[in-house]
Design a protein around this ligand. Structure first.
Ligand SMILES: C[S@@+](CC[C@H](N)C(=O)[O-])C[C@H]1O[C@@H](n2cnc3c(N)ncnc32)[C@H](O)[C@@H]1O
Length: 184
């Protein structure tokens, strides 16, 4: 995306980021204009973050890996070069999943449309060495239900990396703390 287009999209996003419609499109981009903006911005924002997250995951050739919310597949591109085992990708958005299936046609990756809260129909307990979810946890509500499912599918010594944008995370934590304080 060129600089001008990025600035325009960023401007629109900043104006609409607190609306339900924009949030919905960031969570699961639709086919409309806001879905297009969400997809383009996600790609631009995330390149360096994704590189860093995959590096931190420290993937070994014999690791079984699952990625939750693969989006446009930036992390998958790196993961597929790092392990010899089949990778599992959970992507709830039909739009993203179709693109991923097309992009990784001949690669050792299988794609599922499950909500990551419930993967019992496709994944048995203690399956994965590593789990990766980049910029996804903001959408996982309630988070503890997802955490339980991630715990179930990870091996005993498994490792899960839930990568977040610190700025968004701080806003979330602030909201959480406010809820806790107001409950007292
Ligand atoms: C903000 S995007 C991040 C995409 C990618 N990880 C990245 O960093 O570029 C969030 C992704 O998580 C997916 N997602 C959201 N909720 C999900 C859920 N409950 N289960 C599986 N995927 C989900 C969305 O469809 C979207 O692709």
């Amino acid at each position: 995306m060129n600089n001008f287009k990025f600035k325009i999209f960023r401007y629109i996003y900043n104006k609409l980021k607190h609306t339900k419609l924009m949030t919905k499109n960031m969570e699961c981009p639709g086919n409309g204009f806001l879905g297009h903006i969400a997809t383009e911005l996600m790609v631009s924002f995330n390149k360096s973050v994704i590189k860093d997250a995959v590096k931190k995951l420290n993937v070994k050739k014999n690791n079984k890996i699952i990625e939750i919310g693969s989006g446009n597949g930036e992390a998958l591109e790196m993961l597929v070069r790092s392990t010899d085992k089949k990778i599992t990708s959970i992507e709830i958005s039909d739009k993203f999943r179709k693109k991923l299936i097309n992009k990784f046609k001949n690669k050792n990756i299988e794609f599922f449309s499950n909500d990551a809260k419930n993967m019992v129909d496709i994944i048995v307990d203690d399956t994965f060495d590593k789990l990766l979810a980049i910029n996804v946890i903001y959408f996982l509500k309630p988070l503890n239900e997802y955490a339980k499912e991630f715990y179930r599918i990870l091996k005993f010594n498994g490792y899960g990396l839930l990568h977040v944008n610190l700025k968004v995370f701080k806003i979330l934590m602030k909201k959480l703390l406010q809820i806790r304080i107001s409950k007292k």
